[in-house]
Design a protein around this ligand. Structure first.
Ligand SMILES: Cc1cc2nc3c(=O)[nH]c(=O)nc-3n(C[C@H](O)[C@H](O)[C@H](O)COP(=O)(O)OP(=O)(O)OC[C@H]3O[C@@H](n4cnc5c(N)ncnc54)[C@H](O)[C@@H]3O)c2cc1C
Length: 815
């Protein structure tokens, strides 16, 4: 047993596969003397009992990136570090019972191709030839992923540990982190073997991450489920088939029945994700024990009966096998099922790499990402889907339990674009919530805030079932069109609670903002858009800047960006600057009133000067309540945002609503807003705007002030401009009838993939299916004919001019 060193650049807490992979990748990147501490033996948490499946399939671009990287790493790791990993690349068949499932497969196949993977869609005969023991009569087809496989999780961890140690890293076993404190900008980690002083710390404590998080004052949003798989004895047919073919059967995932079935030696391993599932350690009378190393829960087979029967019907030879072992172990879940990888919100030089539900498949990629976060403070791939800051203060314990159970029970469910999950709702309600509900509001959560997505009319189908479709058409579509056309012809009102809002005050605030954004800071009285780039010129975020005076600004940004953007601002603030940032998100609300009649409506209720031009703001009163009117509209029509204290929002709404009746004012929702903004070429954060692209690639050069002496990202952007921008943001219109293109669909020119889609939808004012995407610069000229792949079919698309499809000269918005 080694003793702990007193000092190290990085301390990783937790020796499961993820912590060890992080150590390996840090060492590989040249940070050779980092330390990992593990309270027991390596792998003693969830890792030792994992089934070891290593899929690449994901409907998330970044998760697919991580898993693809892992699979590539595992292929060569054993040889590279001279330690066996027992990795089998078997391929996998993912079965489809429904046409919608086939569409999901087609979509993922497209994404996989973009990432260089040859995923195939196969028919029934092909399925049978790859897996002769399978009942196929009720199937539509399958997705075949040749890269899928399985690995021994303990050997994988040991191989990564050997690789890390060989490069100089230190692993200290039986060494528990007990507490952490900050001293002179460094962390002191107290362990039961002494203290370690370090610059950076990583919480890789798996299902114990919440316990370790508390040492840093952080409540990790997570819960723990009991997850089981069953191992069956030898089945003669499988033994014979394997011998004859010299390989294992492909792994089978019957996703519509919600289980996987994998060849284990010459028997089988069945792993269901049950709809009726069980949270563990979730209540006061079931506390997490101090130590659960290498332990399992008792078998809980009743829950699995249905899945076992279903699997026997699917692969009848399974009926002949005896059950030899049940594994029932702890598996941690975040509220959306993705892990936490990245900076711990509000805690300096501390990162999370924990709460993995597919940690074996993701550890390789996660280790790479953790090393990048620690060493460079940024990652190659945009990793927002796993960023700890995506959850904010609404994720209380019950929320985590409810969402974790929902995600687990629907682990293989199709993610439909208009569907919202029912658990953990109503965490934050607008002062208008009940009012809007009575008007037919159908809500969805945005950073915990419920916002109306669309407004149903009596008789509309508002069931969850109706949203389980990829088709554009659905009960909402007629209403969304009506809402868009009301905004075009008369006026609409949209309640937007939860806009993130920061007040920035202090002498020098203007200069400070100028150093952060690529462009200009608006003059007092005006509003501007600020783009925040990283050192590589990639887009970190976008905020609206409301200039009150030289020294005071309000920054407004996406609801879900609250913690992320606040941290970016605070990170770049020096203590001596005298600038103060105050997060006032919870105090204010925003309503958009927009459309040609909006001036007439507002003029009857406000003392504000509605002749003030576009991109100005003013304080005003409506119904005797103070508010700030911003002359902007994300919908792209004449309009104002009314920002008011929460307490005044309802009064203001009633006043506008009452007057609006005579002008055909209609409530509209987020679905309509999304359609309207597409027609205006307005990008959304973490869809079109992400660190996967630079400001220049995103077509935002007009927001760069090259004459500024300095701003973050300037050098990289100057270089990129000189070298020539290699890919560019484009707007395409597509010949699409039934569907709009899903996120990260591929864009083709002839036989080549030349780009990908960052957002898409239908524009009701222009009557077109619209796509925003990034394409190679050579194909970005207006008028270029391309094809957009939608669910496996290529549709003709045309690159539009670099201007909005609707009101390109902003005449309506300036009216
Ligand atoms: C039955 C089952 C089957 C599974 N099958 C698969 C699969 O096929 N494929 C897949 O990808 N995933 C699978 N998983 C999930 C997988 O096991 C986990 O995602 C993965 O093991 C997580 O690894 P980790 O390193 O994050 O956490 P862990 O393996 O839990 O490691 C965390 C470590 O931190 C240590 N630790 C905790 N607190 C402290 C402290 N204070 N000080 C020091 N050390 C501490 C613990 O002792 C532990 O060793 C399965 C899970 C279960 C339950």
């Amino acid at each position: 047993m080694s003793e702990v060193p007193s000092i190290a650049p990085v301390v990783i807490i937790g020796g499961g596969v993820v912590g060890v992979s992080s150590l390996y990748h840090l060492a590989k990147a040249g940070w050779k003397d980092c330390v990992l501490i593990e309270k027991n033996e390596l792998t003693s948490g969830s890792t030792w009992h994992a089934a070891g499946n290593v899929p690449t399939f994901s409907t998330s671009w970044s998760i697919m990136n991580m898993q693809r990287y892992s699979a590539e790493l595992y292929r060569t790791l054993g040889a590279r570090v001279d330690y066996p990993t027992n990795y089998h690349v078997t391929g996998s068949l993912r079965l489809a019972h429904t046409s919608e499932r086939m569409l999901e497969f087609q979509r993922v196949r497209g994404m996989g191709r973009s990432q260089g993977m040859d995923i195939e869609i196969v028919g029934l005969n092909d399925i049978k030839s790859r897996y002769p023991f399978l009942e196929t009569h009720d199937l539509k087809g399958a997705l075949y992923d040749p890269n899928d496989g399985d690995i021994d999780p303990a050997q994988l961890t040991q191989a990564l540990a050997k690789g890390a140690r060989d490069m100089g890293a230190k692993v200290v076993r039986f060494c528990r982190a007990a507490s952490a404190r900050r001293e002179s900008d460094e962390w002191i980690i107290s362990t039961d073997k002494g203290e370690i002083r370090c610059e950076f710390v990583v919480n890789a404590a798996g299902y114990r991450a919440q316990e370790v998080g508390r040492m840093f004052g952080r409540v990790v949003p997570m819960m723990v489920m009991g997850h089981q798989y069953l191992i069956f004895d030898e089945i003669a047919e499988i033994a014979v088939w394997s011998k004859e073919h010299g390989k294992k059967l492909p792994l089978l995932r019957d996703v519509d029945s919600s289980y996987y079935l994998r060849q284990e030696k010459t028997g089988m391993n069945l792993g269901p994700y049950e709809r009726i599932c069980r949270a563990r350690w979730a209540t006061a009378d079931d506390p997490m024990p101090d130590d659960f190393s290498f332990q399992l829960y008792p078998d809980d087979l009743d829950r699995l009966e249905w899945y076992l029967r279903d699997a026997v019907e699917r692969v009848p030879i399974l009926a002949r096998a005896g059950l030899s072992k049940v594994i029932n172990g702890p598996i941690p879940y975040t509220p959306d099922g993705n892990p936490l990888i990245g900076p711990i919100p509000g805690v300096p030089n501390a990162f999370e790499a924990c709460v993995f539900t597919f940690g074996i498949a993701q550890a390789g990629g996660a280790g790479k990402v953790v090393a990048e976060w620690v060493i460079e403070g940024k990652t190659e791939w945009d990793m927002w889907s796993c960023d700890p800051r995506r959850f904010t203060n609404y994720t209380d314990h019950q929320y985590c339990v409810d969402k974790g159970m929902e995600v687990y029970g629907n682990e293989y469910a199709i993610v439909f674009p208009r569907h919202t999950w029912p658990a953990g709702r109503d965490k934050k309600l607008s002062p208008l919530h009940e009012r809007l509900e009575a008007l037919g509001g159908q809500f969805g959560p945005y950073n915990g805030w419920e916002r109306a997505n669309w407004y149903a009319q009596p008789g509309d189908d508002t069931s969850e079932r109706a949203t389980e479709t990829f088709r554009r058409e659905g009960p909402w579509e007629k209403r969304v069109r009506e809402e868009c056309l009301a905004v075009r012809d008369r006026a609409g009102i949209l309640d937007l609670p939860g806009f993130s809002r920061f007040e920035v005050d202090g002498p020098g605030a203007r200069g400070w903002l100028l150093s952060l954004i690529t462009g200009a800071v608006p003059q007092p009285g005006r509003i501007g858009l600020g783009y925040f780039a990283d050192d590589d010129g990639r887009i970190v975020t976008e905020m609206s800047i409301v200039a009150l005076n030289e020294n005071s600004y309000i920054l407004i940004t996406a609801a879900m960006a609250q913690w992320h953007d606040r941290e970016w601002l605070e990170k770049h603030l020096t203590k001596s600057s005298g600038i103060v940032i105050t997060d006032v998100t919870a105090d204010f609300s925003c309503q958009i009133v927009t459309g040609p009649a909006s001036r007439a409506i507002l003029s009857a209720v406000t003392d504000g000067d509605l002749s003030k031009e576009w991109l100005t703001h003013q304080t005003a009163r409506i119904a005797g309540r103070d508010c700030r009117l911003l002359r902007i509209s994300f919908a792209g029509e004449l309009g104002w945002e009314i920002h008011s204290a929460n307490a005044d929002t309802a009064t203001i709404f009633e006043s506008v609503w009452e007057c609006g009746k005579n002008h055909g004012l209609k409530p509209f929702g987020m679905f309509a807003l999304d359609s309207l903004r597409l027609e205006k070429g307005y990008r959304t954060w973490k869809g079109d705007l992400s660190t996967d692209y630079t400001v220049l690639q995103s077509g935002l050069e007009r927001f760069i002030r090259w004459d500024k002496a300095r701003f973050i990202g300037k050098r990289a952007l100057v270089d990129e401009r000189r070298r020539g921008v290699k890919k560019r943001f484009v707007t395409l219109t597509v010949d699409a009838s039934d569907y709009d293109a899903p996120y990260m669909s591929t864009i083709w020119r002839g036989d080549e993939i030349v780009g990908e889609i960052t957002s898409a939808g239908y524009g009701h004012r222009v009557n077109k299916s619209i796509v925003f995407g990034m394409v190679r610069a050579a194909w970005s000229e207006a008028g270029t004919s391309l094809e957009v792949e939608m669910f496996g079919e290529r549709q003709k698309a045309t690159v539009e001019a670099d201007q909005a499809l609707w009101d390109p000269h902003n005449e309506r918005i300036r009216a």
